[in-house]
Design a protein around this ligand. Structure first.
Ligand SMILES: [Zn+2]
Length: 224
């Protein structure tokens, strides 16, 4: 995002230090200064220095940039969504190796020839929540451990799925089983026509805010 008259604030996800922001000085004044290295989804090596909380970029090296994932609107939307989800769920200044690895797999999947489906997005959400240490329980009741059958319920603030021991938002046990299967499937194999926003809602609940990029997904681009 823009910062001051000519700078940009860059949000990075690092495997070793998690979510971190740096300033790219004069990035808007001179387009050549960082030569597109800070486009969303790029993998970069950054040297940043300074005093206080906000470090300024002194060197950046572009390691990998998405290509196919920037070729159509569905993939662009998922690229931006994945970066926001993984970045937002990562801790600040603490290791985030699993979320970083997941984002790398996500970007590789979006570079592949197979068209992304809504179920792929759900698989990513389930893994991101899990790697952030937020659960959720999907195969048994998060309160009593009982198996799930209809009517099951869902409580984002209380572990996820619940059996008949609890009140909450009604949800089908079949849907929860399908979400669990997607959580366990490698991203390269996750697919199908399942459509659900349950885990997107759970991410937003844990962040305490809406995802900026969610609107990109809700425009019908992902109808396929
Ligand atoms: Zn229970």
């Amino acid at each position: 995002m823009d910062l001051g008259e000519s700078d940009r604030l860059i949000r990075l996800l690092s495997p070793r230090i998690g979510r971190v922001s740096v300033v790219a000085r004069r990035a808007r004044a001179s387009r050549r200064r960082f030569a597109g290295a800070f486009e969303v989804g790029n993998e970069v090596v950054v040297d940043a220095r300074g005093k206080g909380d906000l470090l300024a970029v002194s060197m950046v090296e572009l390691v990998r940039a998405p290509r196919a994932a920037r070729d159509d609107l569905t993939r662009i939307a998922l690229l931006c969504f994945g970066c926001e989800v993984a970045g937002s769920l990562a801790p600040e200044h603490a290791p985030a190796e699993r979320l970083y690895g997941l984002l790398g797999h996500w970007l590789s999947r979006l570079e592949g020839s197979a068209p992304p489906t809504p179920a792929l997005r759900i698989a990513f959400e389930a893994k991101a929540l899990t790697f952030a240490g937020l659960g959720p329980r999907l195969s048994t009741c998060s309160r009593c451990g009982a198996g799930l059958s209809d009517p099951a319920t869902w409580q984002a603030d209380s572990g996820g799925a619940h059996a008949s021991c609890s009140f909450g938002k009604p949800v089908s046990a079949d849907l929860l089983a399908a979400l669990e299967a997607l959580r366990r499937a490698p991203l390269a194999e996750a697919g199908g026509a399942l459509e659900s926003w349950l885990l997107t809602d759970a991410i937003e609940y844990h962040l305490g805010r809406g995802l900026n990029t969610r609107a990109l997904l809700g425009t019908g681009l992902l109808a396929g």
